[in-house]
Ligand binder design. Sequence first.
Ligand code: GDP
Ligand code: IMO
Ligand code: MG
Length: 430
Amino acid sequence: MDILLGLQWGDEGKGKVVDFLAPQYEVVARFQGGPNAGHTLVFDAVKHVLHQIPSGIFRPQTQNVIGNGVIIDPIVMKKEIEKLLAQGIEVRQNLYFSKKAHLILPTHRLLDAAQETAKGVQKIGSTLKGISPTYQDKIGRNGLRIGDILLPNFKQLYQEKKAQHLKILTEFYQHDLSSLESEEQAFFEALDFLKTFQLVDSEYLLFEAQKNKKRILAEGAQGTLLDIDFGSYPFVTSSNTTASGACSGLGVAPRHIEEVFGIFKAYCTRVGSGPFPTELDDEVGEAIREKGQEFGATTGRKRRCGWLDLPALLYAIQLNGVTQLLMMKADVLSGFEQIKICTHYQLPDGTKTQEVPYDLVQTPVSPQYQTFEGWGELHADKIQHFDDLPKTLQAYIRFIEEATQTPITLVSYGAKRTDTLLRQKLAETV
Ligand code: GDP
Ligand code: IMO
Ligand code: MG
């Protein structure tokens, strides 16, 4: 199994590349996260955004698996599937749900909103999709799984969970419950709809696929710096977004992992709160946001923008055992006279380091930059080989490869499937 995951704060372009690579794989599987994700694909002049469905769904020969590590909002899922069905996509045949994936209940969404409001200025900037409360219930051994919807007493189990949530929502948070009734109706309609899909023991599906030498690509959501253990805690999401999450979120043993594709933007973005050492709170950051159209695919929020952060990238490469780097959005930096990379952090005591400190809030770092000459517009029709890229972009890529000791095997220079340069190594392995 190969893994493709984000090395930054999410939105690196995972959807685009998974869709691009999917014809080479028999199975694409999501292993964590839920509708907080927004993965964008652009082909045939149409833009598609997927939240919970793997990005291999547009490739008719690819099985798409939603693993046990994912959490599912049935209402969002129904809408997502209906949109695809309307476009004639083979969802019924090509989509599999792990019965062990946990359900996001309407009250989980309310709890997410209540918990965020209670945090005030300390809020995480959650997508308000119910992610944290659902994973809390999972780890607290108090959740409901999608396989449970087939049980005759599911409604009763649901009512028990709901009663617990309502107690917290009313007694502790005094939260507004006026939307609950209509949401519950939509929830049960969506569950009836999902019952007609393939709910399976997906770990067995994947054992079988491995036995038959089928190629599996695990698709990450969010990014390494949002990982619950290694991200900028507490400004993180509630799952392991790193490579180990693919094993626990799918039931695939570590020894079956082959390539780990680490995807990063030529710069950095972050949506939501939390530390961001190289953030550009100025006209340069604004220019990157405009050129890169850096607005959230799930919430529409402005993404914060900044220069590439090498210490953070090195950290992510090590945590995930990245074997190949994929660099996205090179076109967005076109036209900038100077481009910077943060090579080190300077700590408050003056020392320089390439390590990410325990807590970037308590230990604010001052980024130390190296400046690179910019490059002009990239013309898709003229890029066939690495040598076709502007020399200054080649130098930027070579610098990152050297600094990380990891090859950059794919360079993306536009949102479309076709705006992609595949270099030698990836082509050999895929
Ligand atoms: P994901 O969550 O990692 O799948 O990324 P998102 O879809 O949230 O955000 C990436 C955005 O960048 C989407 O709007 C993509 O269509 C777009 N995109 C992907 N690759 C490129 C690229 O190389 N250049 C440009 N300009 N846009 C890209
Ligand atoms: P994809 O898969 C970018 C961020 C939120 C918030 C924090 C916690 O599209 O890359 P949560 O709703 O998970 O409790 O929010 O994580 N976040 C993302 N940022 N891309 C994502 O997914 C994200 N999913 C969550 O903005 O800061
Ligand atoms: Mg996204």
